[in-house]
Design a protein around this ligand. Structure first.
Ligand code: OOG
Ligand code: NI
Length: 459
């Protein structure tokens, strides 16, 4: 037996630790968790079929636990070290997100578990942005920000020691794992004391609110956590009833019979008191909020292109003088073009699927007849079923509303949008995985397993 705790278990402990800390720091987040638990309970009561599906998938016990959090880092070194720390918890960089197209001077990846099994144990992931100082126009302010960031140490010495220990020994024992989780959590806590003067904070704010959020503090405070809801429209409607200020619309695709990708909503960021350096002036900063998500099928390249085109079409219709209802009606009308029917989504290869035997007797009979393994035929006859693979990644650009609405203020900056994946990977000191390739692999693995089972039945 290995003396080491499985990295999936460490991630599970970590997500619980982050949840407890955030509930304490942002009490309204506790209200959000209760609301989501209530909505999920009601949804399951009304929908026994969904309950059965979740039970079969082994997901019923952990429905409303956190699915993700988000942080923003200041330097390449912080990002490279963060990669090592997350690796201890079985979280790897997946995907590259260029947020400059949404007027936000960062690029990002998601640290997440990648194997089907690890995702099942605990899917917790952290959307991790890196500030792009080169996008600050004023050279003096850019240099000052760089200097301030170079001084801070965002990890505790013990967290770094245990990370190294894990890398050299190949794992952590139970006591070390518990200590690692405690130490790692420290990096993400809130600091009410800024590292800059009131005046510098003002200048950073003027460059971009997000620049101030990253540069003014001792560490990358977690800026939100996000539980999973089974009915995001019900959760959205419930928020104001419980005194939670919800953003106006749910981001992402419209409500569908067969959900795709990711739908999200949030409560607006809090104004928090902070103390500046120098004269100790008191001020306020808005950064931290709570979010809810509902996940659906992962889309293929073709499916994603269709999604992007339709969303672009909705956006280009403009919002002038329109209400939330208008937006939802427009979204639904435009998305009528995206088939909401699993057979059509499958036939047009818009989504990824995991194949499983539906009718064991017929499957055995087909194999015994000595016919070659023919997935399409087995599927068409209903012997094999295709279940959508859940999307595990993010849509921060199409959901730029979340980013924007939570920075406070209504400013819209524009940057000459330019993705810089290579620079990001150089900072990370690793390549990010291609999420589409991961879904394709999961799909293929299910086909391979079916084929093996079929061949075994032939002999
Ligand atoms: C991250 C925003 C991205 C999501 O759910 O799309 C994100 C941030 O505000 O730092 O968490
Ligand atoms: Ni989020």
């Amino acid at each position: 037996m290995s003396p080491f705790v499985n990295s999936d278990q460490i991630r599970d402990l970590f997500s619980q630790s982050m949840s407890a800390m955030y509930r304490q720091e942002v009490p309204q987040y506790g209200t959000l968790l209760e609301l989501v638990a209530d909505v999920n309970r009601a949804t399951l009561e009304q929908n026994p079929e969904l309950r059965q599906q979740l039970q079969d998938a082994g997901e019923l016990n952990r429905i409303d636990v956190e699915r993700h959090g988000a942080i923003r880092l200041g330097t390449a070194e912080e990002l490279a070290t963060m990669r090592r720390v997350f690796r201890v918890m079985g979280m790897h960089p997946v995907g590259y997100y260029d947020l400059s197209v949404a007027g936000v001077p960062v690029h990002a990846t998601a640290f997440r578990p990648v194997s089907d099994e690890a995702l099942r144990i605990n899917p917790f992931r952290v959307f991790t942005s890196l500030l792009r100082l080169e996008l600050i126009a004023d050279p003096a302010l850019r240099a000052q920000a760089r200097e301030i960031l170079a001084q801070r140490r965002i990890f505790t010495p013990r967290a770094l020691e245990l990370t190294l220990q894990c890398e050299t020994a190949g794992g952590l024992d139970a006591r070390q794992a518990a200590e690692f989780v405690r130490e790692a959590t420290q990096t993400f806590r809130w600091h009410g004391e800024a590292t800059v003067s009131h005046d510098t904070h003002r200048q950073l704010l003027a460059a971009h609110r997000l620049v101030a959020d990253v540069v003014s503090f001792k560490g990358p405070h977690i800026n939100h956590l996000t539980p999973r809801t089974l009915d995001i429209d019900a959760a959205q409607a419930e928020m104001p009833r419980r005194g939670v200020a919800a953003k106006d619309v749910v981001e992402g695709p419209p409500r569908r019979r067969h959900p795709i990708l990711l739908r999200q909503t949030s409560f607006k960021a809090l104004e928090e008191a902070i103390v500046f350096t120098g004269d100790g002036a008191a001020g306020a900063h808005t950064a931290r909020f709570g979010e809810i998500e509902q996940r659906g099928a992962a889309l293929t390249g073709a499916g994603r292109a269709l999604y992007d085109r339709l969303l672009g079409q909705v956006r280009s219709m403009g919002n002038a003088g329109s209400t939330t209802d208008d937006y939802e009606a427009r979204l639904a009308a435009v998305f009528a073009e995206f088939p909401d029917d699993l057979d059509a989504m499958h036939a047009q290869q818009l989504a990824f699927f995991r194949y499983a035997v539906q009718d064991q007797a017929a499957f055995a009979q087909a194999a015994a007849s000595d016919a070659d393994f023919d997935l399409a035929a087995l599927h068409a006859q209903g012997i094999v079923e295709a279940r959508p693979i859940i999307y595990e990644d993010f849509l921060p650009v199409s959901a730029a509303g979340i980013f924007q609405s939570n920075l406070g203020g209504s400013e819209q900056k524009s940057y000459a949008a330019n993705a810089a994946k290579e620079l990001f990977e150089a900072a990370l000191q690793e390549r990010v995985a291609d999420e589409i390739a991961l879904y394709a692999q999961s799909q293929q693995a299910s086909v391979d397993a079916l084929k093996r089972a079929y061949l075994a039945l032939m002999r």
